[in-house]
Every structure is written in structure tokens, then in C-alpha cells.
Design a protein around this ligand. Structure first.
Ligand SMILES: [Zn+2]
Length: 116
């Protein structure tokens, strides 16, 4: 799902994406200058091997996502949220979804057994 920046105003635009393992839904709204604010939720589950014992295990995804999207290179530095830059004035929600899920996956590489 791609959203053109010029279509995003002060009224939040809803989005919803789904893959076989997860769902990402929420809204994107104009914030200021060339910044857009994304607030969403990722839920689902995936199976991946444990880093320690290599046994695949199931992890529940249940994450609040809050990021800023910058139309063009972001030059500020005072934002408390991660900023994703888009270069063609189009927000690629699938790419954001994918990278957020990858980030979450990096956090969960130990099965319950190896954590304790
Ligand atoms: Zn393990």
C-alpha cells in the first residue's frame, strides 16, 4: 500500500496491511513541515528458530508503532520518534511494515526455555 504525501492532511488517513503472519493497521496524519505522523499497531505471530537451541518457536506480535515519515531528507534532530525518509513523496506502508516486523524479530530470538 502506497500513500502519496500530498493526499495526507490534517485528517488522519487510515491504512491496513496484512501478510500471512501479521497485520499492521493505524493512521497517518500531517504533522508539520514535511513530517507525517504514523500511529499503528502490529499484531500476529511468527515462527523463527531460537538463536541458542535452534528450535523454531512461535512469537506473538503485539506492538504499538509510532514513527515519523519525512518527505525528503530529514534535517531536524529534535524528534523523539524514529524518522523514516521517503524520497519520492510516496509513503510505502509495506516497506515500513516490513522493517518494523524485522526490528521486532531481532528482539525475540531466544525461546522461552533459553531465556530462563
Ligand atoms: Zn532456545
Amino acid at each position: 500500500m502506497k500513500i502519496e504525501c500530498r493526499r495526507i492532511g490534517k485528517t488522519p488517513v487510515a491504512f491496513q496491511l496484512e501478510t500471512k503472519e501479521a497485520r499492521f493497521f493505524g493512521t497517518i496524519v500531517f504533522q508539520k513541515g514535511s513530517l507525517f505522523y504514523v500511529k499503528g499497531h502490529i499484531e500476529g505471530h511468527f515462527s523463527a528458530p531460537c538463536d541458542i537451541c535452534a528450535e523454531p518457536f512461535d512469537t506473538i506480535l503485539d506492538e504499538e508503532i509510532e514513527i515519523l515519515v519525512s518527505d525528503g531528507v530529514y534535517e531536524g534532530m529534535d524528534e523523539r520518534l524514529d524518522v523514516v525518509e521517503v524520497m519520492d513523496s510516496v509513503v510505502d506502508m509495506d516497506a515500513i511494515f516490513h522493517s518494523e516486523v524485522e526490528l521486532i524479530k531481532c528482539d525475540y530470538r531466544r525461546c522461552q526455555h533459553c531465556k530462563t
